[in-house]
Design a binder for this molecule. Structure first.
Ligand SMILES: Nc1ncnc2c1ncn2[C@@H]1O[C@H](COP(=O)(O)OP(=O)(O)OP(=O)(O)O)[C@@H](O)[C@H]1O
Ligand SMILES: [Mg+2]
Length: 336
């Protein structure tokens, strides 16, 4: 069977486009730069993706950075359309008009889903279909969502965190919250400001947070402006104090997600105990979060092999498995 299409994970922080044959075509930040003062006109991005992300916080006058998504969903159709239409230009490629399966948060409303389909249609994608991101992520981890055994997956992204248990093409339990990696970055920014009187940019706060993931880093460096003098300053941070600063936000995510256990049918426990809970999304790379999830859930936790691209891979796999799309169509919009 020849499959002409792509899987697309349009995330709050990153966008991944995956082709079943050619692999990852795009793995870029979900940011674009446009000229300011063009209100009412059709948006034409000057830069899209990583290049646009690099000038976040230092955008010269006359230019504006925009994100197509906030907390996992589209809030402005025109911004999302312009971003999607700009994607093929990355690396100077030209794509044929592909059909697409796009990941959407399991808790997205009908209105939010429609906005995504409209934006993708307008951006030139054909035959757009949606799949719940946890189901796509599970497929990307090699789990069959139509299996008669129960599975549980956790996705901690930039804007949303979700946990979903499913079995035999049906959702057993689902919880989500709009607190994820970006809130962790914000918590770190606030910690640096209040405890170290250091004002840093968003990119610096995120880099320091990501440095924590490497076990080799015994201390972390943050460069910014002294809040009192306004002069540049370098601060050395201990791993422990950064971990502690992020802990309340991590706890909020974990407590909300663990609430799904209330609805989990006891009969599903054996299956999940045997397999463990799959965890993916960039937030799952935060040091120690797997252990905290294990403590809260009581199940072992398995980090996906490719936590940042498995949702797009699974969405692409749906092109060859329309029965997955049919089984989960519209099931989860009103849950959690
Ligand atoms: N090594 C790391 N340690 C901690 N956090 C990380 C690491 N790498 C990436 N992240 C965080 O992961 C988040 C992005 O993850 P991901 O790409 O899964 O989100 P997304 O799919 O764009 O968002 P969403 O699914 O919420 O719409 C960002 O907040 C980023 O800072
Ligand atoms: Mg995501």
């Amino acid at each position: 069977m020849v499959i002409r299409g792509v899987g697309l994970d349009l995330g709050t922080a990153n966008t991944v486009v995956y082709h079943p044959k050619h692999g990852v075509l795009v793995d870029e930040s979900s940011v674009m730069v446009v000229r300011s003062g063009l209100a009412g006109k059709r948006l034409r991005p000057i830069m899209v993706g990583r290049q646009a992300r690099a000038i976040t916080g230092r955008c010269p006058p006359g230019l504006l950075t925009m994100r197509p998504l906030h907390d996992g969903v589209i809030v402005d159709l025109e911004v999302a359309r312009a971003f999607l239409a700009g994607l093929p230009r990355i690396g100077g490629r030209h794509w044929p008009k592909w059909s697409a399966v796009i990941g959407v948060p399991a808790g997205a409303t009908a209105l939010e889903k429609r906005a995504l389909v409209e934006a993708a249609d307008e951006a030139g994608l054909r035959r757009v279909r949606l799949v719940a991101e946890p189901i796509a992520g599970a497929l990307g981890c090699g789990v069959n969502p139509l299996d008669s055994q129960a599975h549980m997956v956790i996705d901690i992204g930039g804007g949303t965190s979700e946990v979903t248990a499913f079995c035999f093409g049906g959702i057993l339990t689902h919880r989500s919250c709009r607190v994820a990696g970006d809130e962790l970055t914000l918590a770190l920014y606030q910690f640096l400001r209040t405890e170290h009187q250091l004002i840093v940019g968003e990119l610096t706060a995120e880099t320091v947070k990501c440095q924590l993931a490497s076990e080799q880093n015994l201390s972390l460096l943050a460069q910014g402006l002294d809040a009192a003098t306004g002069r540049p300053r370098l601060v050395t941070l201990g791993v422990r104090e950064v971990t502690d600063a992020l802990r309340p936000t991590v706890d909020t995510i974990i407590t909300t997600l663990a609430g799904c256990l209330e609805d989990l049918p006891p009969q599903a426990v054996d299956d999940i105990l045997a397999e463990g809970v799959w965890v993916f999304g960039g937030g799952s790379l935060l040091r120690g979060i797997d252990k905290l999830l294990e403590d809260a859930f009581g199940f072992s936790v398995r980090l996906a092999d490719r936590p940042l691209t498995c949702v797009a891979e699974g969405a692409a796999a749906c092109l060859a498995h329309p029965e997955v799309l049919a089984a989960f169509d519209g099931q989860v919009a009103n849950l959690g």
